[in-house]
Design a protein around this ligand. Structure first.
Ligand code: HEC
Length: 100
């Protein structure tokens, strides 16, 4: 019985740690985007609002900017911003932005 409750407590703790780490990732990555796009993606001084975009739309944009095959008049700005993003970073950012 004691072993069972230890195992249960451990798996709950680990599960919580993993989901917290994933949730924090997109948020942490977005910190450097917020200046131009707003903390909630609603700022439109630089581009269309990110607020309301689906994860798929954000993924297409970020992958496209990174590959230099996407964008409008100011795409050079986002090519620089996306250059260092990994596939996992893009996934986490897209998930985070789609919840605005
Ligand atoms: C220095 C300002 C700046 C920063 C920082 C920045 N962006 Fe942008 N972003 C822009 C501009 C300008 C555009 C419009 C580019 C164009 O003309 O295609 C844009 C466009 C976008 C678009 C496409 C919007 C559309 O019109 O379809 C997405 C998605 C996006 N940014 C996400 C991000 C994410 C995620 C980050 C952080 C990793 C980020 N941006 C950081 C300035 C910025």
């Amino acid at each position: 019985m004691k072993k069972l409750s230890i195992a249960l407590a451990l798996s709950l703790t680990l599960g919580f740690a993993v989901s917290t780490a994933l949730a924090a990732d997109g948020k942490a990555l977005y910190a450097k985007c917020a200046g131009c796009h707003g903390a909630d993606g609603a700022k439109t001084a630089q581009s269309k609002a990110l607020k309301g975009m689906s994860a798929a739309t954000v993924t297409t944009a970020l992958e496209g900017y990174k590959a230099k095959k996407f964008g409008g008049a100011k795409k050079a700005v986002m090519e620089g911003q996306s250059a260092a993003l990994s596939a996992d970073d893009i996934k986490a950012l897209a998930a985070y932005v789609s919840k605005f």
